[in-house]
Design a protein around this ligand. Structure first.
Ligand SMILES: Nc1ncnc2c1ncn2[C@@H]1O[C@H](COP(=O)(O)OP(=O)(O)OP(=O)(O)O)[C@@H](O)[C@H]1O
Ligand SMILES: [Mg+2]
Length: 213
């Protein structure tokens, strides 16, 4: 991001943000509620566009990319889980659809099982899933087919300790394999334990970017 500001209804939500994310980074993002964290990830996933400033991806203006190509490269798991369609399967087929592929049922089953979910969840209606189940289905949708960049918005907030650990391990392994991770969390402990860099956002501005390791 180069001098990015985002203004909505006369309100300055992000102010002159400049941030360089390196390939392979694991950046954890913390900051008070309403400070602008989710807005930052929405900008990085091109769900919204900056009011001013620019966002480059691999050195090229993000706006110049084909949006479908960008969806394959940069995958965003939104704060509320955000399932779409009718069933869990609709969500898990999506990463394949945008690549023009058939859903790989074995790969889906393997990832679900890592997250402690059986294949029976596929036929479940979204609305009949628990908060934690929704969160894990959304996460599986985000991680299938290994995107280059994964943006996570409080993805363990509805999970118990054991499932949180499992999710953390899966994300860490992805990062070990070279995937760039940006992870918003409200847990200071989690942010320091997982991140290689810690970004603190305050009132729409970057307060600090700490290198942890
Ligand atoms: N579409 C919008 N229209 C108007 N205001 C918005 C919009 N999106 C976000 N905001 C405002 O921008 C500010 C930052 O919101 P954002 O969701 O980025 O915060 P956050 O840091 O993710 O907070 P939380 O920790 O509660 O998720 C808030 O004051 C919010 O009300
Ligand atoms: Mg948020």
């Amino acid at each position: 991001m180069k001098n990015v500001s985002y203004i909505k209804e006369d309100k300055i939500i992000l102010k002159d943000i400049s941030l360089q994310v390196e390939e392979g980074d694991f950046i954890t993002i913390v900051g008070a509620s309403g400070s602008g964290k989710s807005t930052m990830l929405k900008l990085f996933s091109h769900l919204i566009s900056p009011t001013s400033g620019e966002i480059l991806y691999r050195g090229r203006d993000m706006m110049s990319y084909d949006p479908v190509l960008l969806r394959r490269e940069i995958s965003y798991c939104v704060q509320s889980g955000g399932l779409f369609g009718r069933t869990a399967e609709d969500n898990l087929a999506f990463p394949y659809e945008i690549r023009g592929l058939e859903m790989d049922r074995e790969a889906v089953a393997a990832l679900l099982s890592k997250f402690g979910l059986g294949q029976d969840v596929l036929k479940e209606e979204n609305r009949s899933l628990s908060g934690g189940e929704k969160q894990r289905v959304a996460l599986a949708r985000t991680l299938l087919l290994k995107p280059a960049v994964v943006l996570l918005d409080e993805v363990t907030s509805a999970l118990d300790q054991e499932n949180t650990r499992i999710v953390e391990d899966v994300i860490r392994q992805l990062n070990d394999g070279g995937t760039t991770i940006l992870w918003i969390t409200h847990s200071p402990e989690q942010s320091r334990r997982l991140g290689s860099k810690l970004l603190t956002v305050e009132n729409g501005e970057i307060r600090s970017l700490e290198v942890l390791r």
